[in-house]
Design a protein around this ligand. Structure first.
Ligand SMILES: [Zn+2]
Length: 58
């Protein structure tokens, strides 16, 4: 089992507004992030990348 803590995790979200608290052992105070027009945003605390998924069929 390898622990690549330097590799940002990608999290899919179905809304441009997301919250992140780090989760797990590397938690941090909950922050709210807005993807804006880019459809993606990086959490400044844990470097997770949140990406907007638009896979809602019709
Ligand atoms: Zn985070």
């Amino acid at each position: 089992m390898s622990t690549n803590i330097d590799t940002p995790e990608t999290v899919e979200a179905d809304s441009t507004e997301v919250s992140c608290d780090g989760g797990g052992d590397l938690g941090h105070p909950r922050v709210y992030l807005n993807m804006g027009d880019k459809g993606e945003v990086d959490c400044p605390y844990c470097d997770r990348k949140f990406v907007l998924t638009t896979e809602h069929a019709s």
